[in-house]
Structure formats: C-alpha cells, structure tokens
Write a new protein. Sequence first.
Lengths: 475, 237
Amino acid sequence: MDRDRQNQPQGQAAGEPRRRDVVLMALLGIAVLAVLAFSGELSAPAFLAGALALAALGVVYFLIAASGSDPSPMPQIAPVRHEAVPQTSEILVERLPIPVLLIGPGGRIERANPAARAFLGLGAERGLLSTVLRQPRVLEAVSVALRGERGATVEYSTVAPLESHVRAFIEPIRLDVTGPMPFRAMMVLADDTSSKRAERMRADFLANASHELRTPLASLSGFIETLNGPARDDEEARERFLGIMQVQTDRMRRLINDLLSLSRVEMNEHVPPTGDVDLSLLVQEVVESLSPVALRRSIKLSIGQCDTKTVVRGDRDQLFEVVENLLGNAIKYSSDEAEVCVCVYHDRTRDSAEQAHERLTPDSGRLTLTSPVLDADQRYGVVRVRDAGAGIERRFLPRLAERFFRVDGQKSGPRSGTGLGLAIVKHIVNRHRGGFSVESAPGIGTVFSVFFPVSDSGAEANSTVESKVATSTDA
Amino acid sequence: MVTPVSAHIVKAFSEELEQLSADVSAMGGLAESMVTDALEAASTRDAELAGIVMARDAEVDEYERTIEKKIIRLLALRQPIAQDLRTCIAALKIVNDVERVGDLAKSIARRVPTLIESEPTEFAAAVDGMGRLVQSHLNEVLDAYATGNAEKAIAVWERDDNVDEHYNALFRELVNAMADEKSMIEPGAHLLFIAKNLERIGDHATNIAEVVHYLVTGADIAETRPRGTRPTYQGGE
C-alpha cells in the first residue's frame, strides 16, 4: 500500500512504455501471422483477418491511451494504475476472498493466496497439491491443464468430517519461461456449500413436514367429521374431542417449530459462529427458565460443580437451545421427584471433554455422537446434563441424534416429543465445531455432554488490533 | 509428505520420496471418494452412481501396482535407511490398506442395485450415520498421513471402538427387525453387509493410523498406547 503512494509522482510517465509494448506486441503478432501465412500453415484470408484484428487492437489501444491523457478527473489516477499493474494484481489476488492457486509441474503448488491457504489448511506453500486436496477428479483436471490441453470445471463434495461442496475451475496458463514445461494450472475454488445445502434442506423440509404432519392432520380431520356428524349434540364427547384436537395441534405446532429450527441450523452449519458465550451464566438462565416445569413434577434441578467463567465461541441463542433441549429431555425422561444435575467445566481437551472420568457403571454404554477434528491445542468448555431416568439401551445410542428417532417408538402420550431435539443439538454442536456425546446405563441414568471450543479472547484482541492497523493504512 | 523428508544430497531422491507420498495420498483420495460415492448411491438409491464406483476400483488397483513398482525401484536404487526406509515401507503398507478400502467400497456399491428393489427402511439413516463416521476416520487418517501428524493418527486409532459400537448396535437392531418382519429380511441383509463393509473400512483406517504413527515416530503404536483403556484424561473430574 505504502509503496503505491511513493510511486505516485512518477506515475505520469508510466503510460509510455506500456503503450509501446502493446503496439510492439501487435506488430509481433502480425509478423508471426505473416510467417505462418508464408509457410502455408495459414490461408490468406485468415492471415488478413488476424492482421487486421491486431492492427485494430493497436489503434484502439493508442486512441484510448491518447484520450486518457486529456485533462479530465481520470488521468491522475490512471497512470498510477499502469505503473502499479504487477503490484496491484498481486495485491488483488492476495486480498481476494476466493481461493486462487497456481500449480506448477508435477502438481506442486507454486502460489496460493491467503484465502486458498486458509481453505485448504495449507502450511508450506510449495507442497504437492495431492497432499492437501485428494480429490481424484481435481487432480486429473490439473494434470490435463499442466499438459496445456484444456481447462475444466470440476465439482467435488466431502461429507465428513464437515460437509462441503466445492466447484474448482482449472485453467492452463502458459508462462513465459524457458524449459520443457511452460504450462501452469490456475485453480480457483468456489464454495457451493450454501446453495447446495439450501436446495437439499428445502426438499428435506417438505418431505419431513408432509410425512410427519400427516398423522396429526388425519386425526384432526377425523374428529372434525365426528363433531360435524354423530357427535354434533354430544356435549361430553365434544369436550373430550376438542381436548384431543388441542393436543394434536400443539404437537403440529411443535413439529413445525422444530423443523424450522432444524433447517435453519442445518443451513448455516458450515458457517462458524462469532461471539462469546459464558456457559455458566447460560446454564443458570436455562435452569431458571425450566424450573417451573421441573417444579410441577417436583424434580430437583441442580447446578453441580461449575467452573467460573467458561467463555466459549458461540451463538448465544443456539447454545441456549442446546442446553434447553438437553435439560428439557432430562426432565421429561426422569421420574417424579428425581434429580437432574448440570455441570459446567472449562479448559478440557477433546477427549476429556467427551466423557466424564468416572463411568456411571462399569458396563455403561458410551458413544460420541459427533466430535470435532482433533486439534491438540484446542480447549473446550463442557456442559454435562445428568439424569437418573430409565437410561437408554446401548443399541439405541448411535441412533439418538437421528431425526424422528424415538427410543421404543414412543410416539404419543404425555412425553411425546417431536424426535428432533437431539438432531437439532447435534447440528448446532457441529456448527460450533464442538462435540456431543452420551453415556447411559439402563436403570441408572443418562449423561449427555456437549462441548464447545473456548473463546480465545487473547487472539481475538490481537486480530482486532491488526484489522485496525490495516484500516488505518487504507485510509 | 511435506516436512519430514529432509534434504538429500541427491535432490532427485527427496523428490521421489515426496512424489511417492503424494501418490499415496492421491490414491487414498480416490478410495475415499469411492466410499463417499458408494454411500451416496446407497442413500439416494442411485444405481448409475454405484456403477461408476464399481468401475473406479480398477483405477485404485492400477494405482497400487504403479506405486508398488515405484517403491521397489526406490528400495533397489537408493537403498534408503531410517526415515526414508520408513517412508517407503509405510507407503507400501498404506497402499495395501487403501486398495482394500477400494474393494470394500466396490462391494458396497454392488449391493445398491438390489437394495433399491425393496422399499426404503428406517435403518438407512443409521447406516448413513455409521458411514459418515467411517468416512471421517478415513479422512482424518489420510490427513494425518499427508501432514505427518502422529497425534491425529492416534486419535483415529483410539476411536475405532466408536465404529464397532455403531456396528454392533445396528447389527442387533437389524436382526430384531428381520425377525419381526419378513419383508425386512432382504433389505436388512444388504444393509448388514454394507455395515460390515463399513466396519472393515474403519479397521483399515485404524491400520493406516498405526502405520502413520510408525512412520512419524518409528515406534509401534500398540506398545506406546495399550488399547482398551483410553489414557487421555488430562483434566481431573
């Protein structure tokens, strides 16, 4: 940036060599065409057309450059641009939020802008492409481009650990270098995850909604028919039916709410949240909001050992939903007068966050429902919710976070849920690059743990300082 | 491998070793995409995609042959020792496992055309979930290989029981469902085989993790980390 400004005074003369270059290039082109025409490679009309086009290019460029030197608001800026062309394009590529790479012979990454490095998790810039991007079709397209044959657009998807859909544009570039391999491959990556997801979410939402709403709707219309017909004057039946209808519509509303919430979360799953949340505070708030429900069945809600100030990176409302869902479940599946206990821990490694040190029973089932990619330096803030309910059989554990899965098919009754709560939790946790695990022993109880990366306030402060510096130089 | 190949006097040797690791990674990527596509074909009931997956197995085999040839050539010409020797041996072993992964992906794909003749079952989602887990293991272990990260490899190695847990649960549920309902037998049997194949892909991922650990540290993972207990607790509770 600074260098640009230093160049400004000399900018005036910058147009000259450029103009000459372009004219020279055009002449050179015509000469090449002439040689080709003489050697018989090129027919006369093609030569004429090519030569005319190049000459026209030269003239047009000259005219533009000439009109550019008129005293208008433009010229003072324009010459600077000419001078700084290599630098500006350099900066442009560097600042581009789109991953751009230049791949050299043998698939070696010769250049990568910061966006590309972040996207591919690149450390050493001159590594081989296949070590960072193992997609066979991309690699193939790159090797085709390196032979100088043709460019291609390749789509690839990854499912795990994170879902992503990427389009890679690969173009051969001929560089002005001596040697047997003048071709490089330019690769531009475009992240299509959002649109692909949105597409699928819509389809999923419709399918799920229509499927799950059919049963309550059918029963509603049945009751309406009965109320319209045989039970029209039956006071007692009317009361009872209206009650059932109320329950069914409540259920439908819950279902739609949960489905909407699930789609929303799923849609943004690949966008990491910004913001800090204090887990201990959050847990207190959730406990307060749910204590009336617990009180009704005289369930004791207690906050166990809480590390103070466990600040994690996250979206407050979503984390609230997570804890509320887990705690709500714990209350729902506890017997009356039981105890539900929530604990918050901070600064755990991934493995110690996942499960408590002590097992519920020696043969309790433990399962990780989702977990972040290992980062040995990352620490997590943990929320564990423990209930003393009936527990969950081991064989059901892997399916807990599946949508619409209910243990033993409990579809109705006072405890009827939508079967979406834990699916929502899982997706929110995924979005936060956190983890979600369960331990359960039938007859003893269940522990659900969720954990989220602790907020790195120190690094955040640094980055804000940096961005301030950057903006001040820009100004 | 990006870092561990330190400079050799013969520059070509360094490059050959680097190229070897890159080839193994590329082959791993191919097998990975076969697993992804095979599962995608199973969940979207796409027989055409399944056919493509089956055809791609030949590519994996071809990769295996050429990489093996390269390794033999390296061993014969350069007579590597220490880290370089480990790089060669590790590549040889990983290529073997990856080839098996390709075979297993192919055999998942082979079940798709018959699977889609029967009605979709509620267990498809469970198989999908297990598939996702196995894919993440495979992905992480290949990442660990490409970056020379032994810790990541250990993490995958230790998490294999998660795959087993999924498999056992699915097995019990499917057997129950098949006992209850006759119409479940046909799709249930196919899903069982798919789950079994996934479980074995998980095992191969663990094998690769062991090799990566050996490659980076030179030590056997089972000696340094006894299996069964998970000695990973750092914070007290």
